[in-house]
Design a protein. Structure first.
Length: 298
């Protein structure tokens, strides 16, 4: 059976709840005649009367009483879904690793907020990557990657470049060590399994000796913080230590930079490519974090 007009059902709901065409018209900003016409349309659709006039106002017929709960529930569901969609359009869920979140995003997030005060940003900090965004816990992601998954849009931000850094306090009054002297100090590893120190020493022309006092961490940020506290020498990603170098909490020990096969990307699903909040964050992030200028907008 063909569904009745939605507007007529809305008028029916208000009139049934208020027991008056006049009050329904005032609520809906319609004339009493317009309300009556909507009800007549609905009654013609069903071929049955839905209201009867009584001394104290309108009353529902049995058919009208049977229709009312379904109409009320349907409009409540529509209103709830509409509110959720409207609220969702003002939200943006951004995923980043703890290191990128603390070293890149947080220091500059106020700038995005100033540009787009209408958006609420939820920053999700997890290291795992859902390549298909199946969990839908986030809309857009900062991710270090060496491969690309289908169904996702990738915007390259920068290569991953690692340089050795340490706190000046680690050396006290001694000169800064040469690469050959790094093994005399604890070496801090940005992760438990990375080969970065071995690769960096090979690049510097030095053999990598083991160090029983070395530490390994789960995140780049922890390794950088440990280095700033004088715990040893770490390989830090270049883009994450500008403030530390400028503030003197870290000093760079060599200009030799290990450029890995990894690169940092901004990633989001193709189906979200036209979402205004994603577009706004994408344009801002490319301007803030990319090591090359963004392409001109056609």
């Amino acid at each position: 059976m063909k569904l009745p007009p939605l507007n007529a059902l809305r008028v029916f709901l208000v009139a049934a709840e208020q027991h008056s065409f006049t009050k329904a018209g005032e609520t809906l900003h319609l004339t009493q005649g317009a309300v009556s016409r909507h009800i007549q349309t609905l009654e013609a659709h069903y071929g049955l009367p839905l209201f009867v006039r009584q001394a104290r106002g309108l009353a529902l017929t049995p058919e009208g009483a049977a229709l009312l709960p379904a109409v009320r529930d349907a409009f409540a569901r529509i209103e709830s879904a509409s509110d959720a969609i409207s609220r969702r359009s003002r939200e943006l869920r951004v995923k980043a690793s703890p290191s990128i979140a603390s070293r890149w995003v947080l220091p500059k997030l106020t700038r995005f907020r100033n540009l787009h005060p209408e958006l609420t940003v939820f920053l999700v900090t997890v290291t795992a990557f859902d390549p298909n965004f199946k969990s839908r816990e986030y809309d857009i992601s900062f991710q270090a990657s060496i491969s690309k998954e289908p169904g996702l849009i990738y915007h390259r931000l920068r290569s991953a470049r690692f340089v050795p850094v340490a706190s000046p306090s680690l050396f006290q009054d001694k000169p800064l060590p040469t690469p050959a002297e790094f093994r005399n100090y604890p070496l801090l590893h940005p992760s438990h399994e990375d080969p970065f120190w071995a690769e960096w020493f090979a690049l510097a022309g030095e053999s990598a000796g083991g160090n029983p006092e070395a530490y390994a961490f789960d995140t780049l940020d922890l390794a950088i913080v440990a280095a700033s506290r004088g715990m040893g020498i770490t390989l830090a990603e270049e883009s994450m230590i500008a403030d530390d170098l400028a503030g003197g909490t870290l000093v760079q020990l060599s200009d030799i930079a290990l450029v890995t096969d990894w690169a940092y990307y901004l990633i989001y699903p193709q189906e979200l490519a036209t979402l205004p909040s994603v577009i706004a964050f994408r344009d801002w992030a490319l301007a803030e974090f990319s090591d090359s200028p963004p392409p001109a907008t056609p």
